[in-house]
Design a protein around this ligand. Structure first.
Ligand SMILES: C[S@@+](CC[C@H](N)C(=O)[O-])C[C@H]1O[C@@H](n2cnc3c(N)ncnc32)[C@H](O)[C@@H]1O
Length: 276
């Protein structure tokens, strides 16, 4: 099967995420405090598995880095759990500016800067813990990002990382829309994710490919999680709206998908914990 996936450059990724950070559309309120709190409430209502995976309490007393802070909700959860030090980076100015405003508004502390996960500006062995949710699959060289996580972690440090998993209802629905309905059934899931999910070039991995990305580490645990977009809940992706989506949401067999996910490893999220 011939895959037609254009080579993505970091500037394409930057342009996509600098026009709207993840979660920004849920920031509703008359003032900054209300906006940030409403966004966080909606985030953890739609995605309760974030808190159980991240275990934000475990960052207490550690030197922590978050890669790809986005709109800053998880970053504020880490800060509230009193790490020894906290740093946060993102590719986009927009994410860093919004997260700085969130931290000033909520009276929290972090050292925030624009940086690139493929070439982090920190010395080797700088952190006890790294958190990174939904970021590294957007960067053109995901393997290099994992090498950077390994480099800046201390020996015995750990990282919690979520990247996309290929075998997922989200991908199948997009395939129906952009391959089957367009008369192009030979389009692969890789091409679908790279072209129609989020930023150009977005990738999704199998569990074995995830293991391969983490092979530098002493230990890795990998599991698959069904997420809100697999269940057509919330605002499923900035790119998809309209009548068809409203109808699909009304008719979607959520209970069946949840039941299947108990038997088979399906779902968009690959939840990875690694130890150096
Ligand atoms: C889907 S958002 C996730 C943001 C946040 N972690 C969250 O869960 O809401 C992806 C973020 O990754 C950032 N990103 C993509 N490639 C990056 C890179 N190479 N270095 C740093 N950040 C990157 C984007 O700018 C964007 O803010």
């Amino acid at each position: 099967m011939k895959e037609i996936i254009k080579k993505t450059e970091l500037k394409d990724v930057f342009e996509f995420w600098n026009s709207e950070s993840c979660g920004e559309r849920y920031a509703i309120g008359d003032n900054n405090k209300d906006k940030f709190i409403s966004e966080s409430n909606e985030r953890y209502r739609l995605e309760p598995y974030i808190k159980s995976f991240a275990n934000f309490e475990n960052f207490k007393g550690l030197d922590v880095l978050e890669i790809g802070v986005g709109f800053g909700s998880d970053h504020s959860q880490i800060a509230m759990n009193k790490p020894k030090s906290l740093s946060g980076i993102d590719l986009t100015d927009r994410a860093i500016e919004n997260t700085k405003i969130r931290f000033e508004t909520l009276d929290l502390e972090s050292s925030l800067r624009v940086d690139n996960a493929e070439n982090l500006s920190f010395k080797s062995g700088s952190f006890d813990a790294i958190y990174c949710w939904g970021v590294l699959h957007h960067s053109p060289n995901t393997k290099k990002c994992f090498e950077e996580v390994h480099r800046v972690l201390r020996v015995n440090g750990f990282a919690k990382i979520m990247i996309y998993h290929r075998n997922a209802p989200t991908g199948w629905m997009l395939w129906v829309l952009y391959a089957l309905f367009k008369g192009r059934p030979f389009r692969s899931l890789n091409e679908i994710y790279a072209t129609w999910l989020e930023s150009p070039g977005t990738k999704a991995y199998s569990v074995n490919e995830g293991k391969d990305l983490t092979k530098l580490f002493r230990k890795s645990d990998i599991s698959v999680q069904l997420c809100f977009s697999d269940l057509l809940e919330g605002e499923v992706g900035a790119r998809h709206k309209g009548f068809l989506l409203t109808v699909a949401k009304a008719l979607y067999p959520r209970s069946l998908i949840k039941m299947l996910a108990k038997i088979f490893p399906i779902g968009l999220y690959l939840m990875i914990t690694v130890h150096k």
